[in-house]
Ligand binder design. Structure first.
Ligand SMILES: Nc1ncnc2c1ncn2[C@@H]1O[C@H](COP(=O)(O)OP(=O)(O)OP(=O)(O)O)[C@@H](O)[C@H]1O
Ligand SMILES: [Mg+2]
Length: 492
């Protein structure tokens, strides 16, 4: 059985890295593979250079000075080894990762001995490739190529990887770009789980001169309270029994760059006060320290909860909320983004890259566009990934989509079979003067809710829709009491 793409996985506790900006040269004859790799590289912030022949590869290597080369081991005429030799002769520190397909282990070993850094088998698993490139770049002793052209080109990739043309997304991106251009020191990113808060945070970081410094991400919900203070602020030698040496905190590591405080609503209340002090005074002290340390990172805080409501309910410090919310970026739910669902689905098909799948069938597009996507873009990506694994043909059809997404498919929506009011033409007919569909919908939603004694799950079943869809419609029609979607409510 294929695992349910929802609920989402929990994130890592902390994640500190410099966003990759290295130009990568792809030497690959197969155009589809080349394009897939290039799209993925762009998404990671690495400007791709594409070449299909040995001669072009060398030319491009000389003119563009890429930091990494992805070299297909099966170039025609056996020229791959020649390319490797030429590259290493020109720059012994160049990082060459081999793409192998049916290549004998012996040959791979020879290439590694000739200076290749690593190899990856085809079909290339893009996640693995990202890890390998990052590892190669981070562990090399070679001086980083600081060619300004590469930097200038890389900077634009941050926002470019965010797919979305709907007015709601354009408006959000306009604000995010303004924030990136400004010197504003703290920003609140708010949006449901899976809407792209991480992505927007990284894009903001990449679009500033801070991109040369670290992007430090901290998941406030996952850090154990006992550790978080020393993790954030660092400590002096002897601050406590085990403090054998001074330790740099995450705030210090982020200096000059960006600190991303994910799930800020979960930050311990005492630490909220300390964080506020850092933001207001621009300095802090290491645990056990007497000297102030200057803080120069930009704070991007993210929450999938309504932080204003949290602070009104006494669960979050209002003063910190007001400090953070001077600039607030609201990331829209996927269901509010119109045609973006299709764009995103096609983007994931291309990015995940199964060579024989061309796109989506019209029925799949229709099903995608009428679903509510409670797990937002992450859920959509998972659904596409799953369909790519299961589909036998060259299109994603509705066949392997879950009943949640295709309620009338075989197997149907979980729940009992419903009578169709449309069986009898006399039952439902359009009045002479027309009718407001919204009113009809409101009435039916209300009736279903009344009949089910206020039980939304049951009411949704009566109308043959998922609970999330029901809630969404209620909200849209301004009938629903304000509610917050918690993780326990999402599990079906
Ligand atoms: N507009 C977009 N274009 C392309 N990919 C997107 C977009 N929005 C989100 N994604 C992808 O969807 C997934 C979820 O996005 P992300 O992790 O940024 O969401 P999030 O809001 O941080 O979620 P959570 O609250 O659960 O942490 C990621 O794989 C991300 O790359
Ligand atoms: Mg996130």
């Amino acid at each position: 059985m294929v695992s349910n793409p929802w609920p989402p996985s929990t994130g890592r506790i902390t994640d500190t890295f410099i966003i990759m900006r290295e130009a990568v040269l792809i030497v690959e004859e197969d155009q589809t593979v080349r394009h897939t790799l290039a799209r993925a590289l762009s998404g990671w912030g690495c400007p791709p250079l594409e070449t299909a022949t040995a001669a072009d590869a060398i030319k491009s290597f000389d003119s563009e000075r890429p930091a990494v080369v992805l070299l297909d081991m099966n170039l025609s005429g056996g020229s791959s080894c020649e390319v490797l030799r030429e590259i290493k002769a020109r720059r012994p520190d160049a990082l060459v990762i081999l793409l192998t397909d049916g290549v004998r282990t012996e040959e791979i070993m020879t290439a590694l001995r000739s200076g290749a850094s690593d190899f990856i088998r085809k079909p290339v698993d893009l996640e693995e490739l990202e890890v390998r490139i990052r590892h190669a770049v981070e562990t090399t002793d070679a001086p980083k190529d600081a060619a300004p052209a590469h930097r200038a080109r890389a900077v634009k990739f941050g926002f470019e990887q965010i797919v979305g043309r709907s007015p709601a997304m354009q408006e959000m991106l306009r604000l995010a770009r303004k924030v990136a251009e400004s010197e504003v020191s703290s920003v609140l990113l708010q949006g449901e789980s899976g809407t792209g808060k991480d992505l927007v945070a990284k894009a903001i970081h990449c679009a500033t001169k801070r991109a040369d410094h670290a992007f430090v991400a901290i998941n406030c919900a996952a850090l154990p309270p006992a550790l978080i203070e020393t993790e954030l602020f660092g400590h002096e030698k002897g601050a406590f029994t085990d403090a054998k040496a001074r330790k740099e905190g995450l705030l210090e590591q982020a200096n000059g760059g960006t600190i991303f405080l994910d799930e800020i609503s979960e930050l311990d209340i005492n630490l909220q006060a300390k964080l506020l002090r850092v933001l207001e005074e621009g300095c802090y002290r290491r645990v056990g320290g007497l000297k102030d340390v200057t803080f120069t990172a930009r704070v991007l805080a993210a929450s999938n909860r309504d932080l204003r409501a949290e602070s009104a309910a006494g669960r979050f410090r209002p003063d910190l909320y007001y400090r953070l919310a001077v600039i607030q970026i609201d990331i829209p739910r996927l269901a509010e983004r119109g045609g973006d669902v299709r764009l995103l689905a096609e983007h994931f098909v291309a990015r995940i890259g199964r060579r024989d799948i061309r796109g989506l069938s019209p029925e799949a597009v229709c099903a995608f566009e009428s679903y509510d996507w409670p797990g937002n873009v992450r859920e959509l990506r998972n659904v596409v990934e799953r369909a790519l694994i299961l589909e036998d043909g060259d299109l994603i059809t509705t066949r392997y989509l879950t009943p949640e997404i295709v309620p009338n498919s075989e197997g149907g929506h979980p729940g009992r079979a419903r009578a169709s009011v449309l069986d009898d033409e006399a039952t439902v007919s359009l009045p002479e003067d027309g009718v407001s569909l919204d009113e009809v919908e409101t009435t039916l939603l209300r009736q279903a809710l009344a009949r089910s004694g206020g039980n939304q799950t049951h009411a949704a079943e009566l109308l043959g829709m998922s609970r999330d869809k029901f809630r969404y419609r209620m909200k849209k029609l301004n009938n629903s009491p304000p509610h917050r979607r918690g993780p326990s409510e999402r599990a079906h």
